[in-house]
Design a binder for this molecule. Structure first.
Ligand code: SF4
Length: 450
């Protein structure tokens, strides 16, 4: 990720705004670039401590399926291009073995969300996805019908109406469709093999299948897109009336196809695109849930992310999955240069009965406080901070909050500190003020050639 200055104290928000600088979308803290290789025994000890402390709290499960039809030019998620004969059943066997490893720590805990992400989990046959969920139910004592959000990420060209119905039948209630753009040229330039006509049909199929929540993801700033073209894309998507729409800024990450081709993100106009999305969506009745997500009240949302941003744990399962727990974040391997090697390494560890995690970062009380503020900053629960940490966030982070107030970016009232309309727009710049020096240094030193 791109840091905004030499250290958190040197960030000049006013100058960055004047320059039209866009911050990377920060959806987790610490970011993964702060993870380091850690001995299995040490990570295991941190995890054991975490689970002991949160045994009475709800848990969220994330299962990673690292397979895609193609690798999109902007994407740095961990995934491998799937072959025609990809042995998906073997991968589900590995997931099942991994679930068995976690049982001793989490059996019986209430599960509030189950998210099948990737990659492209919808590439797998529904029977394989069902087998995975069924094993989770049986071993952890979870009943999918009682989990409020059971979600899957879907690429439009991996499903048809029948497959969507099958996904619904096996208990999936939220579908996340990665559309990104409604322009055929734009789809082609990010590497998709389908056009908008097919995606449109699939979104309409999903909306009429009975899922309680359908989310359509868009990215702005792709492929020389003008602000007017972006307006047209948002208008196209508004016609669907999907309960949730996400609009993410394009971020150029090292090692992605776009970065290798020397593509540039169109600077200041990204904020114009943000405003276009915000204004069009809110004018049509969507509520802005975060700086990237818009929901129809009572129908839309993204509960797993909301739960984590409110302080709950996420247990990540699968090759490349990340877990976010009270005392430690971890990752089950990662590489976008040697994708197959990372999958093979995961397989080898699981088959040898070893734990899948290889990287992570222990979280001190200081880092946990920073995480609470960074993830909660849109609508910061100050009373919750005091209850959780026995400290006053406006004292611990007095300098940062004073700066945000001076800039008119935050409104502190009673037990809440809420980003203003401008604060939301610049949220990805503002949160970097709250990074620790330790995380800053780790991100700075990160080797992007992994
Ligand atoms: S954007 Fe989605 S479909 Fe494209 S490579 Fe990334 S995970 Fe795969």
């Amino acid at each position: 990720m791109r840091l905004l200055a030499g250290s958190p104290e040197k960030i000049d928000v006013e100058q960055l705004i004047a320059d039209g600088t866009q911050g990377d979308y920060i959806y987790m803290y610490p970011p993964r670039q702060a993870y380091r290789e850690m001995p299995e025994a040490s990570l295991t000890e941190h995890l054991r401590t975490s689970f002991a402390e949160t045994a009475d709290e709800p848990l969220n499960l994330y299962v990673h399926f690292p397979f895609c039809r193609q690798i999109c030019g902007f994407c740095n998620l961990y995934s491998v291009p799937a072959s025609q004969q990809e042995p998906f059943a073997d991968y589900v066997d590995l997931l099942i073995r991994e679930v068995d490893q976690w049982v001793e720590w989490i059996a019986g805990r209430r599960v509030d969300t189950l998210y099948l992400g990737g990659g492209t989990p919808s590439l797998l046959p529904v029977a394989e996805l069902d087998r995975c969920i069924e094993h989770i139910e049986r071993t952890l004592g979870v009943c999918r019908d009682k989990v409020p959000e059971v979600a899957i990420e879907v690429a439009p060209d991996t499903v048809d109406r029948t497959k969507l119905k099958d996904l619904h039948r096996v208990g999936i209630n939220r579908v996340n469709l990665g559309l990104q753009t409604t322009s055929d040229d734009g789809l082609h330039r990010i590497g998709r093999r389908h056009g908008f006509a097919l995606a449109k049909e699939r979104i309409e199929d999903a909306l009429s299948t009975g899922f309680s929540n359908v989310c359509v993801d868009l990215i702005y700033g792709l492929a020389d897109q003008s602000v007017d073209q972006w307006r047209g894309i948002v208008e196209d998507v508004l016609r669907f009336g999907a309960p949730t729409v996400c609009a993410y800024p394009l971020t150029l990450r090292p090692n992605t196809g776009f970065a290798r081709r020397g593509m540039e993100v169109p600077g200041a106009s990204q904020y114009e695109r943000y405003e276009v999305a915000r204004d069009l969506l809110t004018a049509r009745g969507y509520v802005q849930e975060t700086h990237v997500r818009y929901v129809i009240a009572g129908r839309g949302g993204y509960q797993q992310k909301r739960n984590h941003w409110a302080g709950q744990d996420i247990l990540g399962i699968g090759a490349g999955a990340r877990g976010y727990l009270r005392h430690c974040d971890y990752r089950n391997g990662y590489s976008i240069r040697r994708r197959r090697d990372a999958l093979d390494a995961y397989r080898t560890r699981i088959l040898a009965g070893r734990r899948p995690y290889v990287q992570g970062i222990p979280l001190s009380a200081d880092e946990r406080m920073r995480r609470y503020v960074i993830l909660g900053l849109l609508d910061l629960d100050l009373a919750g901070f005091t209850t959780t940490f026995g400290a006053d966030a406006t004292v611990v982070f007095a300098d940062q909050i004073a700066e945000l107030r001076r800039l008119g970016m935050i409104d502190v009232r009673g037990a809440t500190a809420r980003l203003t309309r401008d604060g939301r727009k610049y949220r990805d710049l503002l949160v970097q003020l709250f990074f620790s020096q330790q995380v800053w240094d780790r991100v700075t030193e990160f080797d992007y050639l992994e």
